[in-house]
Design a protein around this ligand. Structure first.
Ligand SMILES: Cc1cc2nc3c(=O)[nH]c(=O)nc-3n(C[C@H](O)[C@H](O)[C@H](O)COP(=O)(O)OP(=O)(O)OC[C@H]3O[C@@H](n4cnc5c(N)ncnc54)[C@H](O)[C@@H]3O)c2cc1C
Length: 562
């Protein structure tokens, strides 16, 4: 048996949220230990080589987090983070020139579309305020419970009021994204394009009350980060964060599944590892706090256990909606690059087909309503993939003698838990689903045939859950970003500020915390405000809080000097 280990903070789960928090805490001078179940840390920002020299990303690929304060606060460039800088205005002009992919070819984008798009996204501000808008939406903790949330204090509403007052109206809070776009944009395919991108990126285009979070999810990907892929993919971004945590003294242990959060008189004081953990000492103690950076259901049902959780709270946790966000992910390894047919010659990577919102609603009905295998004809199913161009030529996906990889390719499907024929229904029909994917994409690509395909890999949401036990629903934002699970309501109001009813236990996972997945470093940054409020950490000069943060009454303010 090794010596008993004690740290200020013990973090359960070595995904991007757990390890980013470790970097923040270690930079504050705290001792931190991260415990990860799998042999490699990184959670859903992993990558893999199914054949030597062919790199695929089973889950995350694109950067949504460009606006994160963490890039400068943690100085990730020092730890090897590299990204090819997109040419923002050049790319936006290229998008306009390219048009929008419909079944009849590329549809034009009008002047009114361009102006509305720029206005809602903060590009018409003097100076532009896109970053401010994104930070207000995602990189700010929910307000304290004693503060009534009003149109005057919702962060993104404040940004519009100050920077683009003609957009500001109380009605924004009731709209869905289509309502918003009907006011500012003109062409139906252009609107459908952004609704689809939003559905793939956070709050969906058809969900009431989250028009701006949905719009900003799209902006985070399309305008701010220009659909960019960090050098060597998202896993390499993760390596930079991990190197930062290690450089500041954090300990990261893999092959160390946690089975229990140990409570002493109702306070979380440490964790117990599963018997097969590689670490000899099976209990690790936390002097200040245990942070659960794994999914909210496992945290309360298994790690704490129903005997220590109020039954009402547990019921609410188990009732959190998973609808939306589950994707069937395909990866195509081909001999030749996929070539779009002539009408789509300018298309980069979808989404397709964007003719009208009827197409969008048909797909949404399959996913959220019928909750089975797809019933829409493959040529009308929506899909999105990653442009070849997003990988730097110095950093190709294929490093062996032949071939090209188009990966990931995303198709929205119901979460396994809600599938009417059982959680493994899509897996049982995988050949059929793969053929459906090929058929749908063959509408656009002329050489997507058996002669060209060397290999097709696919992971369903069920596979994703199996691969990474915390990916409930196999979703990319953890749980739904609908109005009743957004901000102060996320995942349920009782847990919205990352604290739990158990003293010394905090949450830091995409399923449990505002703003969910995709927006890198948002959860750890937001949680830092709360840990400072509770007197657990004191960051140095490098720290700056969100300008829209409201300190909780009776706590230490996370605003330096206050
Ligand atoms: C299909 C798909 C596509 C996505 N696309 C993108 C994208 O393009 N861009 C983007 O930015 N994001 C994307 N995401 C989202 C991104 O992957 C997640 O937001 C991110 O991984 C969430 O990080 P996390 O740390 O909260 O959770 P996770 O990544 O799930 O990490 C949790 C970690 O905890 C570990 N764990 C679980 N249980 C235990 C236990 N009992 N003990 C110890 N360890 C445990 C797990 O092994 C895992 O490593 C995608 C996700 C999916 C599923």
């Amino acid at each position: 048996m090794g010596e008993e280990e004690r740290y200020d903070f013990v973090i359960v789960g070595g995904g991007p949220n757990g390890v980013t928090l470790a970097a923040y805490l270690a930079k504050c001078g705290a001792s931190v230990c991260v415990l990860e179940e799998r042999p490699e840390a990184g959670g859903a920002v992993e990558n893999t080589q199914p054949i030597a020299g062919v790199h695929i990303n089973p889950h995350a690929i694109m950067l949504y987090g460009g606006a994160a304060p963490g890039f400068d606060q943690l100085e990730l460039w020092k730890y090897g983070f590299r990204m090819s800088s997109p040419n923002q205005m050049g790319d936006i002009m290229a998008d306009v020139d390219r048009g929008v992919a419909t079944t009849g070819g590329m549809a034009p984008i009008s002047q009114k579309d361009q102006m509305g798009y720029a206005k809602l996204s903060g590009l018409l501000g003097q100076p532009t305020f896109t970053r401010e808008l994104l930070r207000a939406t995602f990189w700010c903790p929910p307000h304290p419970p004693e503060v009534e949330v009003t149109i005057d204090n919702i962060p993104y509403m404040q940004v519009y009021k100050q920077r683009q007052p003609d957009v500001w109206t109380e009605e924004l809070l009731d709209m869905d994204m289509f309502d918003l776009m009907d006011e500012y944009l003109e062409s139906e395919p252009f609107k459908v394009q952004w609704a689809v991108v939003a559905w793939y990126s956070g709050a969906a285009g058809h969900w009431k009350g989250v028009a701006i979070p949905a719009w900003c999810s799209m902006v985070a990907l399309v305008i701010y980060s220009r659909m960019s892929v960090p050098r060597s993919g998202m896993h390499d971004y993760f390596h930079a964060v991990m190197r930062c945590a290690l450089a500041h003294g954090a300990v990261i242990r893999t092959c160390c599944p946690v089975d229990e959060i140990i409570l002493n008189d109702g306070t979380a004081v440490g964790v117990r590892l599963r018997d097969n953990a590689t670490l000899g000492e099976k209990k690790i103690w936390a002097k200040k706090a245990v942070v659960s950076a794994i999914d909210v259901r496992q945290t309360f049902n298994k790690l704490i256990g129903p005997q220590h959780v109020d039954r009402g709270l547990l019921q609410k946790v188990n009732d959190i909606s998973l609808k939306g966000g589950s994707i069937y992910v395909a990866h195509l390894y081909t001999r030749e690059r996929l070539r779009p047919k002539r009408p789509w010659a300018k298309m980069m990577a979808g989404p397709y087909p964007l003719d009208s919102r009827e197409i969008y609603y048909e797909h949404a009905t399959d996913v959220d309503g019928k909750r089975g295998n797809p019933t829409v004809p493959p040529g009308r199913a929506l899909w999105l993939t990653t442009p070849y161009e997003r990988f730097a030529s110095t950093d190709p996906q294929v490093t062996r003698h032949e071939g090209y990889v188009m990966s990931p390719i995303y198709f929205l499907v119901p979460p396994p838990e809600y599938h009417v024929d059982g959680p493994d229904a899509i897996n049982k029909w995988k050949d059929g689903m793969n053929a459906y994917v090929i058929k749908g994409m063959s509408e656009v690509y002329e050489n997507l045939n058996s002669d060209n395909i060397i290999h097709l890999w696919a992971n369903s949401p069920y596979d994703s859950e199996f691969r990474n036990t915390g990916l409930i629903g196999g979703t990319y934002y953890g749980t739904r970003h609908c109005a009743d699970q957004w901000a102060e309501n996320r995942p349920i109001p009782e847990l919205a500020r990352y604290r739990t009813p158990i003293d010394g236990l905090y949450l830091c996972n995409q399923t449990a915390c505002h703003p969910g997945g995709l927006f890198l470093m948002a959860i750890p940054y937001n949680l830092m405000h709360i840990l400072i409020e509770d007197g657990l950490v004191e960051p140095g000069d490098w720290w700056y809080p969100s300008p829209w943060y409201i300190p909780e009454r009776g706590k230490i303010s996370a605003i330096p000097g206050k």
